[in-house]
Design a protein around this ligand. Structure first.
Ligand SMILES: NC(=O)CC(=O)C(=O)O
Length: 285
């Protein structure tokens, strides 16, 4: 059986104090913490940033901060240079993306290989439109368009699935990536102090248990002076559903080792990935 994760790798989760009005300050801070991560843990192979890390997370800010995803755009160039300098796979959180052909704005994660090349991008497919009385109201669809695809990407060590934040509430995306052979589902995300305590950890554990893969969530650090209070608690859940690392609420880098054996052994013990009954599920519209 070929391994879905070819070797043990270390991942660094950058729980960044971001979302400042100054885009270049957000980029610089991301760069500083990525440098720190690879200096402190030189065997780091995969680095993940949070959702909307280069801009404030607010519906009236997505369009003014949006940029076209192309090699020369400011955030893409910055992240590409860091990925190639440190020879890391970099899941570049997410940034507001302007599609020049349609003039639509997306919430998009750009992923780079060790040469700084873009290996793919994911446009947040499920927009965060919620209204919890006495809790939180947010409507991304006021200024964003949802992407149309599930995203599974090839890396040096195997496949990864990428979703963004609210996407994790929809198990289908993770299952599609897992069925294509992904060893991890990675979600740059920004839950908040209302929905985070309710569902953040449960959803991460559920996506891992559903698919017997690693689930990686990376949040911005909490800032009670901003309008949106990110939850924090970036985490990695293993294929058995255990949280193997969890950040607090402030700016922090946490690391985890992802191990092929953890996937293989757990799948052997409880072999749901080979026991599925697609003959029963196939007729659902
Ligand atoms: N911010 C999001 O996209 C999602 C979120 O906070 C939630 O689902 O809760």
């Amino acid at each position: 059986m070929s391994k879905i994760l070819s070797q043990k790798i270390k991942v660094a989760l950058i729980q960044l104090a971001c979302g400042k009005p100054d885009k270049s300050a957000n980029l610089q801070r991301a760069g500083t913490l990525i440098e720190k991560a690879v200096k402190d843990e030189p065997d780091t192979k995969l680095v993940v940033l949070p959702e909307c890390f280069n801009a404030p997370y607010a519906t009236d800010k997505f369009r003014p901060y949006a940029e076209v995803i192309e090699p020369e755009s400011i955030s893409v160039k910055y992240l590409s240079n860091i990925a190639s300098k440190h020879k890391i796979i970099l899941v570049g959180g997410s940034i507001p993306e302007l599609d020049p052909k349609t003039d639509k704005v997306y919430n998009t994660s750009v992923v780079f290989n060790e040469k700084g090349e873009i290996i793919g991008k994911h446009r947040k497919a499920h927009l965060f439109d919620i209204d919890i009385p006495n809790g939180i109201t947010f409507k991304e669809s006021l200024s964003l368009t949802g992407g149309d695809e599930a995203t599974t990407l090839d890396t040096t060590y195997g496949k990864i699935g990428v979703g963004i934040c609210y996407d994790m509430r929809f198990p289908e995306l993770a299952m599609i990536s897992a069925r294509k052979g992904a060893f991890a589902m990675i979600y740059p995300a920004a839950f908040n102090t209302v929905t985070g305590p309710m569902h953040w950890k449960l959803l991460a554990r559920a996506r891992s248990i559903d698919n017997q893969i690693y689930t990686i969530l990376v949040s911005p650090a909490r800032n009670m002076n901003s309008d949106y209070h990110a939850y924090g608690h970036s985490m990695v859940v293993n294929p058995r559903g255990d949280v193997i690392v969890e950040a607090g609420e402030g700016e922090e880098i946490v690391y985890a080792d992802l191990e092929p054996e953890a996937i293989e052994q757990f799948r052997m013990g409880i072999p749901i990935t080979t026991q599925r009954r697609f003959d029963i599920y196939k007729n659902v519209a």
